[in-house]
Design a protein around this ligand. Structure first.
Ligand SMILES: NC(=O)c1ccc[n+]([C@@H]2O[C@H](COP(=O)([O-])OP(=O)(O)OC[C@H]3O[C@@H](n4cnc5c(N)ncnc54)[C@H](OP(=O)(O)O)[C@@H]3O)[C@@H](O)[C@H]2O)c1
Length: 239
C-alpha cells in the first residue's frame, strides 16, 4: 500500500463512519467486502441482502448481515439508518430473472428504491456499479436500463455520487454463465492487446470503490470508466 493511500485510509477511518453494501453476495460485491475488510475504513458495515451467506473469509466483527425483502424495501428502512455511505453492486440477467420485467425490477427498481431509502436515512455518498455502455436512449434493454439508473441517481442529489462503469467483468464466477464464458474466450486477444480498455477484474472494481471513497474532493459526481477503474486500483498498489 502506498504511503499516500495509507494516509487517506487513516484519515477516513478516523471519521468513524458507517456504510451499507447491497449486492454483497455477487462477484463485485464480494470483492468490495474484501477490500473494505482489508482497509477497515468504517466503524460498521451493514451487508444488506435477500439471504444470509457464510462469509469466507470472515470480514470482521464490524460487518453485519441484514436480510430484507426487496419487494417491500420500505418496510426495511431501519437497515439503512445511520449509514453515511452506501455501495450498490446489485444486478441480474434476463435469463436469471425470468425475462425483461424481472431484469428491470432488479437492475433498475431495486437499485433506485435502495438509493432513495438510503438518502432519506442519511446516506451522503452513494457508489454504484453500472456498465461502460450505459445509455438511457439505447434500444437495448441492458444498456438502456443501466443508463436510466445513472440518470435517475444523478437527479437524486446525493452529496456525492460515484458511478463505476466497468466493461467486461473478469472473475471466476461461482455461477455458470455460458454466454459470459464464450465472450471471455472470444475477447482474449482484445484483452491482451488493450488490457485496460475492454475488461476489468472484479477485484479491481471492489478495490477502486474503496480508493474512491477515501479520496477527498468536493465534486458531487465522480464517473469512473473501465480505464479509470484500472488507474484507481494502482493508487492502492503504488509503493
Ligand atoms: N458481467 C459483466 O461482464 C458486467 C459488465 C459490466 C457491468 N456489470 C454490472 O455490474 C454489476 C455487478 O455485477 P456482478 O457480476 O458482480 O453481479 P452478480 O455476481 O450477478 O451479483 C449480483 C448481486 O445482486 C443480487 N441480486 C440478484 N438478483 C436479486 C434479486 N432478485 N433480489 C435481490 N438481490 C438480487 C445478488 O444476490 P444473490 O446472491 O442473493 O443472488 C448479488 O448479490 C451488475 O449491475 C452488472 O450488471 C456486469
Amino acid at each position: 500500500m502506498s504511503e499516500e493511500f495509507e494516509d487517506k485510509v487513516k484519515h477516513y477511518r478516523d471519521m468513524g463512519k458507517t456504510a451499507f453494501v447491497i449486492g454483497y453476495t455477487g462477484e463485485c460485491g464480494k470483492e468490495l467486502v474484501k477490500a473494505l475488510s482489508k482497509n477497515r475504513i468504517f466503524n460498521k458495515v451493514v451487508l444488506i441482502g435477500r439471504r444470509k451467506v457464510e462469509l469466507n473469509p470472515d470480514p470482521g466483527p464490524e460487518f453485519e448481515q441484514k436480510i430484507v425483502d426487496y419487494d417491500k424495501l420500505e418496510e426495511h428502512t431501519e437497515a439503512f439508518q445511520g449509514c453515511e455511505v452506501g455501495y450498490c453492486c446489485l444486478g441480474t440477467t434476463k435469463a436469471k430473472a425470468a425475462g425483461r420485467e424481472g431484469f428491470i425490477k432488479v437492475d433498475r427498481d431495486y437499485v433506485l428504491k435502495s438509493a432513495e431509502i438510503s438518502k432519506s436515512a442519511g446516506c451522503q455518498h452513494f457508489s454504484v456499479v453500472t456498465a461502460s455502455t450505459a445509455d438511457k436512449n439505447s434500444m437495448f434493454l441492458y444498456i438502456k436500463t443501466k443508463g436510466e439508473v445513472e440518470d435517475a441517481l444523478k437527479k437524486m442529489s446525493f452529496d456525492k455520487l460515484s458511478i463505476f462503469k466497468p466493461a467486461f467483468l473478469l472473475c471466476d464466477r461461482s455461477e455458470r454463465r455460458l454466454g459470459e464464458r464464450v465472450t471471455q474466450f472470444l475477447m482474449k486477444p482484445l484483452i491482451c492487446m488493450f488490457p485496460t480498455y475492454s475488461a476489468v477484474p472484479t477485484s479491481y472494481v471492489g478495490g477502486a470503490m474503496v480508493v474512491d471513497t477515501v479520496t477527498p474532493g468536493d465534486e458531487k459526481l465522480r464517473v469512473h470508466n473501465n480505464e479509470q477503474i484500472h488507474s484507481l486500483i494502482k493508487q492502492d498498489k503504488k509503493n
